[in-house]
Design a protein around this ligand. Structure first.
Ligand SMILES: Cc1cc2nc3c(=O)[nH]c(=O)nc-3n(C[C@H](O)[C@H](O)[C@H](O)COP(=O)(O)OP(=O)(O)OC[C@H]3O[C@@H](n4cnc5c(N)ncnc54)[C@H](O)[C@@H]3O)c2cc1C
Length: 482
């Protein structure tokens, strides 16, 4: 526990109104959207400016407590879950759009701005902020930058990192630093900005973020293609992406997900089909029509049962909203929903889909599968019950096998959700011990006392001894220093 005297010093930095040790707040901020893991913080703070954050980090280094930055808490790898001896530093009040520069097509925002707000603001000037995680209506841009979040439009438009031009951040030792800027070319020194993107709240607390905007596409069309097997839809995805067409969106839903989504959203999806692709093409009218026809042909060649084109924007929006609701729809089925994001090169998608089906059958688990198929990024989602240790163990074994398969196919354990707490035990498997040690060295230089979000991505022995997630297997792994 952090000593009373230290808590009082933290309170005097942010002011009594922005500091709480109430049980209600500590419980609310002990979770994010990751199942099974949680840990109570000692206090929750809502800083108002960068100077306060800087003072907190300096105090954390003196008094050796941990600081956990947090956006909206929608993370799916446990990145904003507290550790022992920690305070949660909540950034959701930082909601200002500071500047929209039409000439340079950039937008400067505070980190607590909701992601959707950025695109809505850009739209007023016919500009576009493409990254659109499924959580777009609730997650913050700070959380997106920390996780390098992807989204439904990642295939054509890339992910968060492709839009971050500059970041103002407070370092783990309390310095306020600006990196990057409006220059499209800038090679002055090491590129700190790109190390911060995807750093999962372990290398700095963002206080301002400068983003690139692009012109808004003129036209878009949404296509729905139904298949009798997951493998056929996987083959269609691999052929679409290798044919030179780049859809803005290429999303996959399996039968379990289709049924759950229909039950939840009631938009008239055909629950008898085994697999569905929701595809969006955008651009100039002639390109859109051409791509749409080519995609239809490829789907039919790969045994599509039928291919439909949304008749208007309303129908297209319903289909996209249905896809966005996949996680919430699956989460209604069982007490615990564990969603993962194994990703493979797109050509390996049919193999991956087949392997997942085999693993699910052999491990006898209930699993819905959906995801950003065009990016090779799947979200196999286990519907289980953390209160039943046999079920939970089966789910863990399933994911271990899925991760191993992804790595064997040249893929990754995480395409967009980050390593956090949930996948740290698998990181070495993917990047090797030399790669892992190098990452640890970077963290040690940036954060010599390991006070900023310790124990995330990897453990730095012995400094993060206080990290204790609630899952028993994880606790064991922590104790063993894995
Ligand atoms: C229904 C649902 C759908 C989702 N769909 C997608 C998807 O399509 N694509 C995708 O990539 N993710 C998706 N996610 C995961 C999640 O929304 C993203 O990871 C998102 O970027 C997290 O943002 P947040 O504001 O909730 O951050 P949090 O969960 O609060 O934090 C995430 C990480 O960011 C760090 N952090 C937060 N703010 C700051 C800051 N100001 N400075 C430094 N570090 C900070 C935290 O320490 C933590 O490590 C989904 C989640 C849900 C629940």
């Amino acid at each position: 526990m952090i000593k009373e005297i230290v808590l009082n010093k933290i309170k005097s930095i942010v002011g009594a109104d922005n500091f709480t040790t109430s049980d209600e707040h500590r419980i609310v901020y002990s979770y994010d959207a990751t199942p099974v893991l949680n840990q109570l913080p000692d206090a929750v703070v809502f800083p108002e400016n960068a100077e306060q954050i800087s003072a907190i980090m300096k105090l954390a280094n003196e008094e050796k407590f941990a600081v956990i930055p947090r956006g909206a808490g929608t993370g799916l790898s446990g990145g904003s879950i507290p550790v022992e001896n920690s305070i949660v530093l909540v950034m959701t009040k930082w909601r200002k759009i500071i500047e929209l520069d039409i000439d340079n097509q950039t937008i400067l925002v505070e980190p607590g701005v909701i992601t959707e707000t950025i695109d809505l603001e850009a739209n007023k000037f016919n500009l576009f902020y493409p990254p659109d995680p499924g959580s777009i209506k609730v997650c913050t841009i700070g959380g997106n930058v920390a996780e390098n979040a992807g989204g439904l439009r990642g295939l054509k438009y890339g992910v968060t990192k492709n839009y971050v031009l500059g970041i103002e951040f407070v370092s783990p030792t309390g310095e306020l630093i600006w990196t990057g800027g409006k220059n499209f070319k800038d090679v002055a020194g090491y590129n700190l900005r790109d190390i911060l993107v995807g750093s999962e709240g372990t290398l700095g607390i963002f206080t301002k973020i400068l983003l690139r905007l692009i012109p808004r596409p003129k036209l878009s069309k949404t296509i729905l293609a139904a298949f009798s097997t997951n493998v056929d839809s996987g083959k269609a995805v691999a052929e679409i992406t290798s044919s030179g067409i780049t859809p803005a969106m290429l999303e996959f839903l399996d039968n379990t997900t289709i049924k759950c989504v229909e039950d939840y959203a009631k938009i008239g999806l055909d629950t008898s089909i085994n697999s569905l692709l929701i595809i969006e093409v955008d651009g100039k009218t002639s390109e859109v029509e051409d791509d749409q026809n080519k995609i239809k042909n490829i789907c039919e060649k790969n045994n599509a049962l039928y291919v439909k084109i949304a008749k208007d924007e309303n129908e297209a929006n319903k289909l996209k909203a249905a896809r966005r609701s996949a996680f919430s729809a699956l989460a209604r089925v069982s007490p615990t929903t564990i969603l993962e994001d194994a990703t493979v090169p797109r050509s390996k998608l049919p193999e991956m889909l087949e392997a997942i089906q085999k693993i699910v059958k052999e491990e006898d688990v209930m699993l819905g599968n959906f995801g950003h198929a065009g990016d090779g990024n799947l979200h196999p989602t286990c519907l289980t019950d953390e209160g039943n240790s046999t079920e939970l163990h089966k789910a863990e074994k399933t994911f271990e096998r899925i991760f191993n398969t992804a790595i064997k196919l040249g893929g990754t354990i995480t395409g967009e959700h980050g390593v956090g707490l949930a996948k740290k035990n698998f990181l070495e498997l993917q990047i090797g011990s030399a790669g892992l040690e190098f990452m640890k060295k970077i963290k040690s230089v940036w954060d010599p006392n390991n006070v900023l979000n310790p124990g995330k991505i990897f453990s730095l022995k012995p400094k993060c001894e206080g990290v204790l997630p609630s899952n028993k297997n994880q606790i064991k792994n922590f104790e063993e220093g894995i």
